[in-house]
Design a protein around this ligand. Structure first.
Ligand SMILES: [Zn+2]
Length: 278
């Protein structure tokens, strides 16, 4: 026989259990208009300023065949404020984004040339720093010898104690400042070539990615280049034309695109400024 307590629990359960099952069932069958995470969510803004989200749509033909489409649209659309921007098919959006990304695709031959130039600059830089450090080390050795001579003179009684102490302090101070300079030069040799090479690899990878179906890779690159500055207006992507001062890597991407434009137009040599710019 069921106690009063368990009966209450049972009736309570009868309320939420079916509701839970209904919800689970609904979740396991994504159908009409249910928003699902799609690769290009979180990349674009609508012209009204809200983020763009995705929506699945199913079109059924009379014969019963179903066609699944992904549409990207303003996230405000379902809320009280009405946005006039139309939804755009995933394929159309992907085509536009791929084309935009393609502007930053660095041909391998050019990347190799730039790598070579960077290595040459690195060698020149290291040689110049090496020469400076060698010069400073020579001066330090000279001061050490001077210090030894001073000590000898003092021990031989040629030099007074007071003179010896004052002169020794002077030499030691010079020696210390030289050692500090050597240390500064050594530490100042920042390795900028490796980060540049990694960046070049990424720019080369765009050639393949822009042509591929890998929407996640495209999104990641577009976010790095444009941040959240890409907008959607009347089914068309609008991109900022120039540099964003907030992100330093941004400058390099835009500089690359400008140089690629010139390169493609002239079919000449790529400007050296491309790798020398910060
Ligand atoms: Zn909108």
């Amino acid at each position: 026989m069921m106690s009063e307590k368990s009966e209450t629990a049972n009736s309570r359960r009868s309320g939420w259990v079916p509701r839970f099952i209904r919800l689970t069932k609904r979740r396991s069958h994504p159908t009409k208009g249910l928003i699902e995470p799609q690769p290009y969510c979180g990349l674009l803004r609508c012209s009204c300023g809200m983020m763009i989200t995705a929506e699945n749509k199913i079109k059924r033909q009379k014969c019963g065949t179903e066609h699944h489409y992904v549409y990207y649209r303003c996230s405000r659309k379902s809320k009280t404020v009405k946005c006039v921007e139309p939804a755009v098919r995933s394929e159309l959006l992907d085509r536009q984004l791929s084309e935009l990304l393609g502007g930053f695709a660095l041909p391998l031959a050019l990347a190799d040339k730039m790598r070579e130039m960077a290595e040459m600059d690195e060698r020149t830089e290291k040689m110049a720093t090496g020469t400076k450090i060698d010069g400073l080390r020579e001066q330090t050795t000279h001061l050490t010898a001077k210090l030894q001579r001073l000590l000898d003179s003092f021990l031989d009684g040629v030099v007074e104690r007071e003179v010896y102490v004052a002169k020794k302090a002077e030499i030691m101070s010079k020696k210390k400042s030289l050692e500090e300079k050597i240390s500064d030069f050594t530490l100042g040799q920042i390795d900028w070539v490796e980060p540049l090479k990694n960046w070049l690899d990424k720019a080369v990878s765009i050639c393949k990615i822009a042509k591929s179906d890998d929407q996640n890779a495209k999104k990641s690159l577009l976010l790095e280049i444009f941040g959240l500055n890409l907008a959607l207006r009347d089914k068309n992507i609008t991109a900022p034309p120039c540099q964003n001062p907030i992100s330093p890597s941004f400058n390099l991407w835009f500089s690359l695109r400008e140089n690629l434009k010139k390169y493609r137009a002239e079919r000449g040599e790529i400007a050296k400024s491309l790798i020398l710019e910060p």
